[in-house]
Design a protein around this ligand. Structure first.
Ligand SMILES: [Fe+2]
Length: 407
């Protein structure tokens, strides 16, 4: 250490000691600022993690959760001070919460409506391809606005390509956490890896932003009467993450849970068969027979920055035509419905679905080329889907009642 540095360090230490000797009332207002508003992540059926970032280290990070005070702790993040508190889920109760450093409040008053896994109805959203910068045509703020219209949402799925261009932590605040702060403070989201997220080292980026569920790449969760298998399709047409292991895991997981849930949903980034401008994923198509065997109902993906709902497909990917695309009264036991929900924060420019005929005849139920988010409600035998769009009056919605044809 040079002398000049030594003197400066001494001055700094002296003022620090003087500061601590003074009564804290001298600066009763905490000067710690939140640089990232709280966001919620799933931990298990009984608890969630709330995370936030500050501009400087907190001395005594505390989460006020309803009437409870919960100690928080620092989590590794290469860019800043990331904190986390593990809090219990309430059974559909609205919980007020806030962040304190000791007694000093550093957040606003926040509210969440967390779901405990009780088998009641569930409401969730799903959308992919989100965190694009405004100067590149991105609109993550629109997504937040759309989500704010749905009071009852309990959780959501981010269907990959969460932050452009390369999933770097440096872009997360500006392009995702800040525009979506309101929505992410209300409900946990389940992140899913997309090809762009793979553009940066995952351990130094993606896995610093998101706590791992399962192995972080692919995982199983259950909510109400519905199970979700979230997959890692990495580069899509060029290859899933650990494809053989993942495919075996999908089959094993579906088999183990057979008959336990009324609804089974697969969530991933890449489409299998599709009439969008993206390539098909042969690896995903090779899983169709497994989906068929174990009664998968729905496959939702992103990747193409547009919306597309496909007709129910069988194990071979052969579609059937629905009598009524907005009211499905059929368990569709040997078929599943796939949808691309890939314009969460970015719309494909210079392309429209009508541009060229699809090579798969009779595959598509509905295409809408607009920014959107998929809103789902599942209540017993009934699944209700609404596509919330912006920039167009075109909408898609359907009600799917499984029980209707049971004799
Ligand atoms: Fe993608």
């Amino acid at each position: 250490m040079k002398v000049s540095q030594y003197i400066l360090a001494g001055v700094a230490l002296g003022s620090l000691l003087m500061g601590s000797a003074c009564k804290r009332e001298v600066s009763s207002q905490s000067d710690i600022q939140l640089t990232r508003q709280p966001y919620i992540q799933y931990k298990n059926e009984d608890s969630v993690r709330v995370r936030w970032m500050t501009d400087q280290q907190m001395k005594t990070p505390v989460m006020q959760w309803g009437e409870e005070k919960i100690e928080a702790y620092k989590v590794e993040h290469r860019l800043g001070n990331l904190y986390e508190a593990i809090v219990p889920t309430a059974d559909g109760q609205l919980v007020s919460y806030g962040i304190f450093d000791g007694k000093e409040k550093i957040s606003g008053d926040l509210k969440t409506n967390l779901l405990k896994n009780t088998g009641k109805s569930i409401q969730f959203f799903a959308v992919g391809d989100i965190g694009e910068a405004t100067e590149n045509g991105g609109f993550p703020t629109m997504l937040n606005k759309e989500l704010s219209k749905f009071d009852g949402l309990q959780f959501g799925f981010l269907l990959g390509d969460i932050v452009y261009p390369v999933g770097a932590s440096e872009k997360y605040d500006e392009q995702l956490f800040t525009p979506l702060a309101e929505s992410l403070s209300k409900m946990p989201v389940f992140p899913i890896l997309g090809n762009h997220d793979y553009g940066s080292d995952l351990d130094q980026n993606y896995f610093q932003e998101w706590a791992k569920v399962g192995n972080g790449h692919y995982y199983h969760i259950a909510k109400g009467n519905t199970q979700f298998l979230c997959l890692d399709s990495r580069n899509g047409s060029e290859g899933f993450y650990e494809f053989e292991e993942q495919k075996a895991w999908v089959e094993k997981t579906l088999k183990e849970n057979q008959g336990k849930y009324k609804w089974t949903i697969i969530a991933l980034h890449h489409p299998g068969k599709t009439c969008t401008y993206k390539k098909v994923s042969k690896q995903l198509i090779s899983m169709y027979p497994i989906f068929n065997q174990y009664d998968v109902d729905l496959v939702m993906n992103g990747h193409a920055h547009t919306y597309e709902r496909l007709n129910p497909m069988d194990a071979e990917g052969i579609p059937i035509q629905l009598e009524n695309a907005s009211q499905i009264n059929d368990p569709l036991k040997d078929h599943f419905i796939a949808m691309t929900l890939g314009a969460g924060g970015k719309l494909k420019e210079g392309w429209t679905p009508e541009e060229k005929p699809c090579k798969f005849e009779g595959l598509v139920t509905k295409q809408i080329h607009a920014g959107h988010v998929g809103i789902f409600e599942i209540n017993g035998d009934t699944l209700t889907f609404n596509l919330a769009t912006h920039g167009t009056d075109d909408k898609d919605a359907f009600i799917w009642v499984k029980e209707a044809i049971t004799q």
